[in-house]
Every structure is written in structure tokens, then in C-alpha cells.
Design a protein around this ligand. Structure first.
Ligand code: AMP
Length: 173
């Protein structure tokens, strides 16, 4: 299934120069949503996956559906200050300044085999920080999967050693 035409491009959002890839239009097509989730479910079915780790907020949509389909726990990663219980944190660099992500300290166990899910891989900074959180809890990253990849931003280079799986590429900066 060709997902590219279902993803809306919004120029200059949230700021000038960014080509925002909007997946809300894709979500209007249940067959496309099911195609994504069923494809990932089949891909990870025999990989002894213990949990799906999803990034706020669009990673919750895809990651939550995948965890439900696979019958495994869903573990949220959120921006600093949103998770209520004890957390561990990872800080990463943005174009201007830094951002901090958190995961509940008891959300994964040592040796758990997890798949990380987000909607889009750009520079890889977000998923690299998620990977540090998962590793700090002693879990193993089987793969990081995304609906969309922006290859010119070279996210894969920041993720040395982590297998990456994406479904549709856009050649925008
Ligand atoms: P990065 O850390 O640079 O790989 O950015 C990935 C995160 O930012 C993901 O959570 C995406 O949802 C979001 N993101 C970055 N660039 C875009 C874009 N062009 N369109 C939509 N979302 C984006």
C-alpha cells in the first residue's frame, strides 16, 4: 500500500522552513492504519517482544495500537514533568536549546525485548534519547519503527547499533 499520498504536507509548521508531515490525514483511512499495525505485528510476532515503547504524542497512536494487537504492554515516553510516578530522564539537543524525555523507572525490566515506535524519524535525536532510557532500565531494543523517514536529515547515523525500520520516505530537508 502506498502511504505517501495519505500524509499531508504542511509547509512552514510549526515554524518557517519546516515541511510538517501530518499523519492525521492517514488516520482518516482505517485500511491504511490497519495495514501499518498488522504489518508491524507480523514483523515482530516471532521476536519475543515484551513491550512496545511509544513516544508522546503520535507514537502513542501507533504504538498503542501495536501493543494492543500484539497483546504486550505499552510503555509511554513523555516530555519532562508529565509522568506521575518515579521516572528516569534523558536530555538531548535541539536546534536551539535542549529537551528532556522521561520514562517510569519501573516500566521495563532487565532483559525485556522492546520495539520503539514513533510516527517520524527526522534527525534521530528523539529516538536516540528514548534508546538511552530503555537501555538504562536494562532492556534490549530489538528495533525502532517509524511510519515516516526523512533521509536527508540522517537520523539513522545517530542510531548506530539500533536497527531502524520505516515505511515511507520523503526527500525533504
Ligand atoms: P527527530 O528527533 O529530529 O528525529 O524528530 C522526530 C520527532 O519530531 C518525532 O516525534 C516527530 O513526530 C517530530 N518531527 C520532526 N520533524 C517532523 C516533521 N517534518 N513533520 C512531522 N513531525 C516531525
Amino acid at each position: 500500500m502506498d502511504l505517501a499520498p495519505l500524509i499531508r504536507n504542511v509547509p512552514d509548521f510549526p515554524k518557517a522552513g519546516i515541511q510538517f508531515k501530518d499523519i492525521t490525514t492517514l488516520l482518516q483511512y482505517p485500511d491504511a492504519f490497519r495495514h501499518i499495525i498488522d504489518g508491524w505485528k507480523a514483523r515482530y510476532a516471532n521476536q519475543r517482544i515484551n513491550a512496545i515503547v511509544g513516544m508522546e504524542a503520535r507514537g502513542f497512536i501507533f504504538g498503542g495500537a501495536l501493543a494492543y494487537a500484539m497483546g504486550v504492554p505499552f510503555v509511554p515516553v513523555r516530555k519532562k514533568g508529565k509522568l506521575p510516578a518515579r521516572t528516569i530522564a534523558a536530555t538531548y539537543d535541539l536546534e536551539y536549546g535542549t529537551d528532556t524525555l522521561e520514562i517510569h523507572a519501573d516500566a521495563l525490566r532487565k532483559g525485556d525485548r522492546v520495539v520503539i515506535i514513533d510516527d517520524l524519524l527526522a534527525t534521530g535525536g528523539t529516538v536516540a534519547a528514548m534508546a538511552r532510557l530503555v537501555s538504562q532500565l536494562g532492556a534490549e531494543i530489538v528495533e525502532a519503527a517509524f511510519v515516516i523517514e526523512l533521509p536527508p536529515l540522517k537520523g539513522r547515523e545517530k542510531l548506530a547499533g539500533i536497527p531502524v525500520h520505516t515505511l515511507v520516505e520523503f526527500m525533504v530537508e
